[in-house]
Design a protein around this ligand. Structure first.
Ligand code: KG4
Length: 338
């Protein structure tokens, strides 16, 4: 406790960001430290799990120390430790969980393991202090494209998910083919602004009627075939037009399904989350479509969309308040249901 506020230390290490944060009363961010490994993995065109684990190990103590320091507190004032337990890269998750367990044991602080996607959704509670369940959540990241009915803080029902590539993964792969570098999402976002989204009409895959699942691998292959066919003809690749057409095809499907889900379940609020939620076209299109249908639209600022520990601290706070707690047997999991 500090000045009557309940302090949660959040720890996140599921992929290529080592992060720690201190959050007061679940929603007020005192510090949010993110040490990104993107520059290290860039040269390999994607995240290399072994390298990620090693860097988490090197950075975790410093990152936690900085989070406490920036929050002007110390471990003695922390009331709760929340840590990502999965899904994610096992070797990377283990580093965060081991650090959290060590601090919990040494300082006798309660410990709560958090589902990474519940964390992403919780970024919206930080960004919008008035937001409470129920609402529809759309988590779009490098590993997930999920539509979730958030019935209560800890009652999350998965309505649909990707059957193959996640939206971010497809964006990263298409960006690689276009020679834009890693991570591809922000590069496609920027380049698409200079292109015509209707120069190439790529196929939108909606799957069976009423399904909230996604499939982006066919679209990705469509783009690859288009690029190869242009190359074979010796023509120049109109990268901006292809990026714009591809991005439009991805976002149209996500927006349509998300708004349909909110309408079917009678939700008048919709929240975006995950790294791809930083995408400017997705934010604009979702906003417009929500407005048309009388749905209030929430999206965290980009720094809270990509992996961070403030969102994990927030999720941990709401789990602890409802009696969830873990002990030193807490384990990590690469795949995890809610
Ligand atoms: O949530 P996140 O940081 O990591 C996990 O996957 O958990 O998401 C990373 C993904 C990457 O695929 C990246 O290309 C994508 O988010 N991304 C974007 C944008 N910024 C990040 N995709 C589209 N537009 C963006 N502006």
């Amino acid at each position: 406790m500090k000045d009557g506020k309940f302090l949660t230390l959040g720890i996140e290490s599921s992929c290529d960001e080592t992060a720690a944060a201190v959050v007061a009363d679940g929603r007020t961010v005192y510090s949010n430290i993110i040490s990104s490994q993107i520059d290290i993995h860039k040269m390999y065109g994607g995240v290399v799990p072994e390298i990620a684990s090693r860097h988490h190990l090197e950075n975790i103590s410093t990152v936690i120390g900085r989070a406490l320091q920036e929050a002007k507190t110390d471990i003695g004032e922390i009331d709760l430790i929340g840590v990502t337990k999965g899904p994610g890269l096992v070797g990377a998750l283990i580093i965060g969980v081991a650090a959290a367990k060590a601090l919990s044991f040494a300082k006798d602080i309660p410990l709560v393991g958090v589902h990474h996607l519940q964390g992403h959704i919780s970024a919206n509670y930080i960004a919008a202090p008035g937001l409470n369940p129920p609402f529809t959540a759309v988590v779009v990241s490098g590993g997930n494209t999920d539509i979730i009915d958030v019935r209560d803080y800890n009652d999350l029902v998965l309505l649909g998910a990707t059957r193959d590539d996640a939206a971010g993964e497809a964006m990263d792969k298409v960006a690689r083919v276009l020679g834009l570098g890693y991570p591809g999402g922000p590069k496609i976002d920027a380049l698409a602004k200079e292109g015509n989204p209707h120069a190439y009409e790529f196929k939108r895959v909606f799957l069976e009627k009423g399904s909230y699942d996604f499939s982006f691998s066919g679209l990705k292959t469509g783009v690859l075939n288009q690029v190869n066919s242009l190359k074979q003809k010796g023509e120049e690749i109109p990268k901006a037009d292809i990026a714009a057409g591809f991005q439009m095809a991805v976002m149209e499907v996500i927006v349509r399904k998300a708004v349909d889900a909110a309408m079917e379940f009678g939700r008048d609020r919709l929240a975006l989350a995950g790294g791809v939620a930083a995408n400017s076209l997705l934010r604009t299109m979702m906003h417009q479509e929500c407005q048309k249908n009388g749905i209030a639209f929430f999206r965290p600022e980009p720094v809270l969309c990509t992996d961070n520990a403030a969102m994990i601290a927030c999720a941990a706070y709401y789990r602890y308040r409802e009696g969830f707690q873990d002990d030193l047997t807490l384990d990590v999991s690469p795949v995890l249901e809610f």
